[in-house]
Design a protein. Structure first.
Length: 121
């Protein structure tokens, strides 16, 4: 497996991983790693930006960013990232930076796919 680190925001790390036949988006918090399909970077970034905007209008409630089989991602006006019981809660102050990292991961996936296509031809 190859790893392409994109960046960190506090305890959250974003990277792209490549195996022989698969690209994945990785969001890691401490020892816990959440894997998403390679094409989810732009979608997650958009969802984080929407949650940031919604929280700017009403910071009193948590905002669901993503609900998936194994994990829920929530944004809230909190001080620190938390991960408990399959729920990743992200502080609003980190949302824009994390969205930027996810967009960079999306671009990295596109570059890796393009390079693989070039080599294949």
């Amino acid at each position: 497996m190859e790893r392409y680190p994109i960046g960190d925001c506090g305890p959250v790390r974003v990277e792209v991983r490549r195996t022989a036949d698969t690209l994945s988006l990785c969001v890691a918090v401490g020892p816990t790693t959440l894997l998403f399909g390679a094409g989810h970077g732009a979608d997650l970034a958009s969802r984080l930006r929407q949650a940031d905007y919604t929280l700017s209008l009403d910071p009193s409630r948590e905002r669901l960013v993503l609900s998936d089989v194994g994990v829920a991602i929530v944004a809230a006006e909190i001080e620190a990232v938390s991960l408990d019981g399959g729920v990743l809660v992200l502080p609003r102050r980190d949302l824009a930076a994390l969205a930027g990292l996810l967009e960079r991961a999306h671009e990295a996936v596109a570059s890796l796919r393009q390079a693989a296509e070039f080599v294949a031809h």
